[in-house]
Design a protein around this ligand. Sequence first.
Ligand code: BF8
Ligand code: SF4
Length: 632
Amino acid sequence: MNKCHNCSDESLINKAEKEGIDLVWDRHEAMQPQCGFGEQGICCRICIKGPCRIDPYGNGPQEGICGADADTIVARNLIRMIASGTAAHSLHGKEIAKTLLEVAHDEVDSYEVKDVDKLKNIAKKLEIKVEDKSVKELAEEVAYETLKDYTRFEDEPCNWLANTITEQRLSKLEDLDIALNNIESSVTDIMSRTHVGTDADPLNLLLAGLKCALGDYTGMQLSTNLSDVLFGTPEPVISESNLGVINEDAVNIAVHGHNPLLSEIIVDVADELQEEAIEAGAEDGINIVGICCTGNEVLLRRGIPLATNYLSQELAILTGAVEAMVVDVQCIMPSLAKISDCYHTELFTTMPDAKIPGATHVELNPSEVAENAKSIVRKAIKAFEEREQDKVEIPTETSKTIAGFSKEAVVNLLSEIDAEEPLRPLIDNIVNGNIKGIVLFAGCNNTKVTQDSNFYEMATKLLADDILVLATGCAAGAFAKNALMNSHATEKYAGDGLKAVLEILGHEAGLDAPLPPVWHMGSCVDNSRGVDLAVSIANKLEVDLDQLPLVASAPELMSEKAISIGTWVATLGIPVHVGVVPPVTGSSFVTNVLTSDLGDLLGGYFIVEEDQQKATEKLIEIIEKKRDDLNI
Ligand code: BF8
Ligand code: SF4
C-alpha cells in the first residue's frame, strides 16, 4: 500500500528513510499483525480480573470472567470511545466559553469580542434580551447561558442542542429520552454505567452512547459559535496549502492542535515580531503555517496557509526548516518530540493537560497569554540561527485554497442572488437537480488507508455526479492539499449541473471564476456549520434532516472524536459512511443496531465500507433514494 496520495510527502518519507528516522507508517508496519480481539472490540480491560477476551470463532470463552458477553463488551468499549470524544470536544468548547466570560469581566487583555453581530444573534437564539445591553453584558450572559450546558441539573435539553436542530428532531430525541441536558454528566454517566458490574444491556448502553454523542454535538456547536464571537466568523479567504507553504527564507512556526485560543495569539504576536525575525536574517520574517484543526481555524479566519493534516504532521519537521512547532491539544503525535531532536526544531507544548516528554513546556496563562506567546516566537527566531542548511528539503508543491465557508458566508454569498430568501437559489438548484445532493466529508487520516486517497477518490466521483462536497477537519486538509478547493477543481471535476451553479455563485461573489466544488467549513468542531446549513434547508423545506439528500462520510477515520461525531451525525438523522471498520464487529447485535436499527429509529445509520468505489456508489444511491422520497 502507498503511504500517501501526495507526491510532496513521498520525497520527505524517502528523506526520513535515508536519515534513519521512523515515521508513523514505519511504526504501523512494526505493529503488524494488530490484535484481532482489539480490532473487533471483544477485549475487555474494564476490571483487573481481566483482561478478558471473547473467542470470535466460538471455540474459546464466550463470556468474560464476570459473565459479560461480546455484546456487552463491544457496546461498553464503543461508548467509552464516544465519552472520550465528547470530553475532548466539549472541554475545548468550555475553555472558549470561559474565555468569553473573562473578556466580559475584563480579566484578559489579549482577547475581545470581534463579531458583535454574531454575539447578538446568539443571544437572541438563547432567548437573552439584547436591547439596552452593552457588549460585555451580553457576552457575560451568553457565556453563563452556555456554561449551563455543562452544569444543568434540571431535565431540560441543552441550550446549544435544542436551539440548533429541527423541532421534529428534538421531539424524536425527547421521545427516546436522549435529549441531553448536561454535557459533562453524559460523560460521567458513561464512565459510571460501564464500570464493572453495572449496565450490561447492550441496547441500554448504546442509547447512553447516543445521548453522550449529542454532548459532543452540543460542545461543537458552542465551540464554533463562541470562537466566531471571539475571533470572527469566517468569510471566503484565499490561501495556499501543502508542505510547500513552508518558506525557506522565513522563521517557520507551525501551529498544531485544535483550540484557536493558542493559535490566534501566536498569529497576532508573530505580526508584532516580524522585524526581529528579519534582523535575525530571515528575509521574509515570520511565516506561520497550520497543521490539523488548528491549521483549519487560522486558515479560515486569518488566511494562514495550511501545511498538512494529521498523518503527515511529522513530515513538517522533516523539511528541516520548521523552527518551532507549537501545539495545544488533541491529535498531536508524541513522536514529534523525538523527531524534533534530530533537527533544530523546538517543540512547544502549551496546555497543562497536554505535555509531551522531550518538548519545551511554555504554559499559556490566560492573564499573560501574549507574553507567553512572545517568548515562544522569540525562541523560534533564535532557533532560525541554528537551522542546518544541508538538512533542508522543502517540497515545492502548494495548492491554491479558497476556504471560509461558514453558514453565514454561504448565506451572504447567496443573498447576492436573492436578498429576501438567500437559501432559495441553493434549494432551487437542489430541487431541479443541478445539485443532486450534498456529502459532508469529515474525520481523520489513518495508517490503515493510503493518506488522503479515499477522500480524493470519493470526492472526485461525487462531484462528477453533481454532488456538492462540504469538508471539515483533516478531510478539509486532504482536499486543500490535493487542489480540490479552488476554481480550477470546479472546471476539472464538477458535473455540468454543479459547475453551472458554482459558476454563477463565483461570479456573484466577485471571483471572476467558479466557487470551489469542495467547501471548507473549518475544523472538526465546525461540523456544526454543516448542521446549521442543513437545518436551515430542512426548515425551509419543512422536512427533518433525515429527509434531505445529505450524507456524511469519514472515509479515513481514526480518533475517538470521529466516533462520537459519526454517532451524533447518525442520531441527527444523517447516514454516515465510515471507511475504516470501527471495533464493533465482534458483536453482531451492536453492528446491526449501528448499521440498521438506528436508521429505523432515527433515520441516520452507519455505512461501513472500506472500498472507496463501492462506498461512493452507496452514497449516491442513498442520495437518489432521498430525492425520490421527496419527489424531486
Ligand atoms: O479534530 S480530523 S485527526 S485533527 S480528530 Fe484529529 Fe481527526 Fe484530524 Fe482535528 Ni478531527
Ligand atoms: Fe473481564 Fe468482566 Fe472484568 Fe471485563 S469487566 S475485564 S469482562 S471480568
